[in-house]
Ligand binder design. Sequence first.
Ligand code: GCB
Length: 596
Amino acid sequence: MLSPRQSSTRECTSLDGLWRFAFDPRAAGRAERWWTTGLPGNAEMPVPASFNDVLPSREARDHVGDVWYQRTVRVPRGWDGQRIVLRFDAATHRATVWVGDAQVVEHEGGYTPFEADVTQHVRAGEEARVTVVVNNELSWTSIPPGYVQELDDGRRVQQYFHDFFNYAGLHRSVWLHTTPRVHVSDVTVTTTGIDDTNGVVAYEAVVEDREDHEVQVTVRDAGGAEVARGAGHDGTLRIDDVELWRPGAGYLYTLEIEVRGPGGELVDVYPQPFGVRTVAVDGHRFLINGEPFHFRGFGKHEDFPVHGRGRDLAVMVHDFELLKWIGANSFRTSHYPYDEAVLDYADRHGVVVIDETAAVGINLDTGTPILSPGEALTTYGEATISARTREVHRQAIRELVARDKNHPCVVVWSIANEPDTVPAEARAYFEPLVAETRRLDPTRPVGFANFMKATPERDVVSDLFDVLLLNRYFGWYVQTGDLEAAERALETELRQWAQRGKPIIMTEYGADTQAGLHSVTSEPWSEEFQTDFLDMYHRVFDRIDAVVGEQIWNFADFATRAGISRVDGNKKGVFTRDRRPKAAAHALRRRWRGGA
Ligand code: GCB
């Protein structure tokens, strides 16, 4: 799905700001048709933001069920005759939208965009009422999964198997924008070849209602100069003296797609940024533009006080600057697709991204108290993770690839985090999903973040994937505090994985650390321990050629639900939740930047 962009034929207005808001735990609003009557009460809620921590109450934080957002928007007078689109960058985890009294769209999945053509429901120059019901429940057929527990006292509690708070609401921007009736509705740009001086890219543009219309494309360099041109809705273009997109130097071109009518008149223009770069796996090596790449960075979260997972450009830029400060060159969008502004920024600044779906917690055998459901359930089964779940997961992959395929920063699709890949059923579950990801995008390696219990002897799916993404906690969840034993265990297992002949990227390793806690004997939870723990992992990585990436868990401390192993959230950050460095941050900076 294309991002809304301005051009000489397209206009865009933001619907961000304060919206009317109401909690609706008993789903009264659907029965009472609140989209026709307005919302009860006088609460207001900022968009974008998670609603949970904005209002200081337990009910708000732990709300399970529907919440309603409503506002009016005046449609610009000049939009008469245009196709008008209402777009949500995300609604977590599902939403139904009305304009006036008419339902215009429904969407499942909390981290990918959706839109509705609302031309029939609004009039240029007049006001329109937009109402959205967002539901935050996780079920056995949602991605991520969970279930709602009904307590004896009538309360409903959301249970889930992932280690981050179930923030919800309108986390991302809402837009009203125009396109012409005949318009570009999709574009794919891929690099098909590069040599020392030239790049060849293939493009494909989809144009709606394009009878008698022609497509022309122009490639412009970063300064706006034309460097290639072509015609037709698909084709290949050669860029001489090409400037490649490289890690650390995110050079972007723009493919300008023009649709022209029968008389040659300009009907639509859509500018699509892209980078010229290749990605490949060759034995143990991970190659970007044919050169070995070593991932240095973190698993992150979209997480910050008060607004939860809400889009925040100040925090976003600060995080990127901290990545630069510490010498990181990459991160993983653990554990869901991030706001598109994050990927746009990474494209422009040459930061490498492992892009992950929201399929986290497909695992009822984690054995850690924070994640175990407390009931004896098996991961795969008719009543738990079933073929129906897999179809929702497949759709999540489709929406991720559709949104992010043109981002040069994205070099790996991670289709799940720590699923249960020990039982035989895991193979039947994952085989079609891997095939689907490759069908959708044959140009990028596919991986999933492997869970500690799925060792080389026990895991039944890793051979299906191109890269080995491993999450390991030797020295923390096992051999706690004993870094000597942990070092041996880590090295032994990594050497086993290395025999598979694929690149290994360590996508998680880390230790909870209370900022300000110090210890001469390097006790767990102290800043000294976190530094020693990471040093130990790095010694091992440096001894094994197959390890081509180190992404620490986590960039910053983050919110989780309450639990006996979480004190005000997960503390494995190298930065605190408000982005102050722990001692390990300085140690990492020395490793990753040397003297620089
Ligand atoms: C994991 C998960 C991550 C958790 C982390 C932890 O393996 O992938 O979501 O937060 O461990 O800290 O336990």
